[in-house]
Design a protein around this ligand. Structure first.
Ligand SMILES: Nc1ncnc2c1ncn2[C@@H]1O[C@H](COP(=O)(O)OP(=O)(O)OP(=O)(O)O)[C@@H](O)[C@H]1O
Length: 651
């Protein structure tokens, strides 16, 4: 669908819509959601193909339930089966009651004779009700547990897979698919399985009772119940396929609604006066949606009317057959009356079975996405080595390269350099030259696709990955605004650190020039930094960056990587931060910045160009050379000097 621009519907919202549909009316540039492939698969599968896959699906669902809670799974299924047996018993007891009531003799005597069967029927109905309630309770307990289990499994996996997996478009899409629908469908899969079992047990129990009463009644009952079952299948599938066909449009309608009622878009929508445009698109979507709903309602009414007519004829036929059997003395009156009662029970159980079959198949398709994703993600969990690591004297990069998936060239190309404890090392270069990628390689976030990184002579791949990560703090260029309090936002830098060595939250905030700013917040360090919650506050970009710097300093790691740590800081905050990024005997700092004044005092400056290391030395040595460092430095310096000159001229 992507890229196909369909004809636009009338822009005037009051103009009548022509008959032919506009499937891509609003926002035609949007492609279908990735999980639509399952919807299409479903639309093209017939009911009987679905039914054939049922045993495997039921096995899968029961295994999932069993792994989550044996007790609740056994109770959900066992109690429903027991309730089905009581249905049979109830119907048989009812026949007994009717036989006594229709027997010859005075009425009081017949009622007395019917009492034992009546008591049995009442007990069966009551016990059946109690079992059904208990089964419902077990089912209600089971489903949230399953939802929780599959959700936990997913997040345990997504949070441990290697970072490189997130650069793989296929992986990201599978993850979205697993999260979007796969998660929700696991609970439904089990729920629908229990419903299916309940429906099938109901049908079998009714059929058993009818067969015991008289074998000839069973085919009569099946023929009478069949039209309603066929109508239910047709209506359920039609409704489902129609629902699928409208998903894209409903999604667009939801997106338009979200644009008009969203804090983040409110300013832009007003600034560009987009209201009328968005409202007209929304109205159009609503009208198309209403038209589709009416079309479905019309079709469903026709199907229902035909179904009911055929059901009426079949029921009438059943009456005729029962009449003939009665007249011929083949069945007694009581058995015929019970058959009519059984018909109601069979119809309701059949309906449950059919709906559950349809839903179960759909659930299974989406649940498969979840399973596929877990398999794929499981293969991308870094294994790492066993060797312990605690600090370092030197980290050597030996012809290290990294090529991102689906890209032509290497982002980092055979770079060799050494970082020593106690040093401040700067990475410099134009946009896209590979600085951030190189820093992530040093931090162990990516594994090199070529060359090796050695910590005191040991290949990083042999080191325990958790211990290695504990040595590193990264002040990232693209930090996230975590919706926690200011204190938590700093503490997550090393959330499991007990009071002991390392700066306190406040000390780290002071070093990053964030303390005063945090103290001025309404609840100080306990202010929640997310406006979407009560009493939440927003920070400016620069204030957030101070907080991120405080987090990095709080982590108190042996290797501190600062990727543009001051891009959003004002001059005073920047000055304060760099006071704390100076040499420290126990740690090394890798600094990436475009503000070259900040790298002047670095022990080593590495200049990158298109992923390759093109210059190396300290500031004085690099300024003495005619290379890119001096060129970039002088360009920046000239900007400042020109500004100073103009300012002086203005005065
Ligand atoms: N996740 C990724 N997937 C694919 N390519 C990427 C990814 N991240 C970066 N790149 C590419 O790798 C190259 C190096 O990017 P990198 O972010 O390391 O540069 P940089 O020197 O830090 O740039 P800047 O100064 O703009 O921050 C660029 O061409 C970029 O487009």
């Amino acid at each position: 669908m992507a890229g196909v621009i369909h004809p636009r519907p009338p822009s005037d919202p009051d103009e009548p819509l022509p008959d032919e549909p506009f499937p891509e009316a609003a926002l035609p540039e949007l492609a279908d959601p990735h999980w639509m492939h399952r919807a299409t698969e479903l639309a093209h599968t017939g009911f009987w193909s679905v039914a054939r896959r049922l045993p495997a699906l039921v096995r899968e669902a029961i295994a999932l339930g069993w792994a989550t809670s044996r007790r609740d799974t056994a109770a959900s299924l066992g109690l429903n089966v027991a309730a089905g047996l009581l249905t049979t018993l109830g119907l048989l007891a009812t026949t007994g009651v009717l036989q006594q009531l229709f027997a010859a003799g005075p009425t009081p005597g017949r009622i007395r004779a019917a009492m034992p069967a009546l008591a049995l029927a009442a007990t069966a109905v009551t016990a059946r009700g109690a079992l059904t309630i208990a089964a419902g309770w077990a089912q209600a307990r089971l489903i949230p547990q399953i939802n929780y289990t599959v959700e936990r499994r997913l997040f345990e996996t997504t949070s441990v897979v290697e970072l490189a997996a997130f650069d793989d478009a296929g992986f990201a899409e599978e993850m979205d698919r697993a999260r979007d629908r796969g998660l929700i469908e696991a609970g439904s899969l089990v729920n629908d399985t229990v419903n299916l079992v309940t429906g099938v047990v109901g049908v079998v129990a009714t059929a058993a009772a009818v067969t015991i009463i008289h074998p000839l009644l069973l085919p009569c009952l099946l023929v009478a119940a069949a039209p309603e079952a066929v109508t239910a299948v047709r209506m359920a599938r039609r409704q489902h396929i129609d629902w699928l066909a409208r998903i894209t449009r409903r999604r667009r309608k939801w997106m338009l609604g979200d644009l008009m009622a969203n804090r983040h878009t409110a300013a832009e929508i007003r600034a560009y006066q987009m209201r009328d445009f968005l409202l007209s698109e929304y109205r159009l979507m609503t009208r198309l949606e209403t038209r589709a709903e009416l079309r479905l309602a019309r079709a469903q009414t026709v199907t229902r009317a035909i179904g009911l007519s055929v059901t009426g004829v079949a029921t009438f036929g059943l009456y005729l057959v029962l009449g003939a059997l009665l007249m011929g003395g083949v069945v007694v009156l009581a058995a015929a009356a019970t058959a009519l009662l059984a018909l109601q029970s069979a119809r309701s159980s059949l309906r449950t079975t059919i709906f559950a079959t349809n839903s179960l198949y759909e659930d299974a398709l989406y649940y498969q996405d979840y399973r596929d994703f877990l398999d794929r993600a499981g293969r991308r969990v870094p294994t790492g080595g066993q060797r312990p690591v605690d600090g370092f004297e030197r980290i050597d990069l030996d012809r290290v390269s990294l090529r991102y998936p689906d890209t032509d060239g290497a982002a980092v190309d055979e770079v060799s350099l050494t970082i020593r404890r106690g040093e401040v090392v700067a990475l410099v270069g134009e946009n896209g030259s590979g600085k951030t990628t190189l820093a992530k390689l040093v931090a162990g976030l990516y594994r090199p696709t070529g060359g090796a990184i050695r910590w005191d002579g040991v290949d990083a791949a042999e080191l325990d990955p958790r211990q290695l990560a504990a040595q590193v703090a990264v002040m990232s260029q693209d930090w996230w605004r975590f919706p926690f309090t200011a204190r938590q936002n700093i503490r997550v830098g090393r959330h499991d650190r007990a009071d002991g060595p390392g700066p306190s939250v406040e000390a780290a905030a002071r070093e990053a020039a964030a303390h005063d700013m945090i103290s001025e917040l309404p609840f100080g360090y306990d202010t929640l930094l997310d406006r979407q919650f009560k009493d939440g506050q927003d920070l400016s970009g620069g204030q957030w960056q101070r907080l991120v710097a405080a987090r990095g300093l709080y982590r108190d790691a042996r290797l501190l990587i600062c990727d543009e740590p001051s891009a959003a800081l004002d001059a005073r905050a920047e000055h304060a931060l760099f006071q704390h990024l100076r040499r420290h005997p126990d740690r090394a700092v890798v600094l990436i910045t475009h503000r070259l004044a900040n790298v002047r005092h670095a022990d080593q400056i590495f200049v990158l160009d298109h992923g390759r290391l093109v210059q190396h030395g300290d500031h004085d040595a690099l300024m003495a050379q005619d290379g890119p460092y001096r060129e970039l430095f002088e360009l920046q310096a000239a900007g400042y000097l020109a500004g100073a000159g103009e300012a002086a001229a203005d005065r």
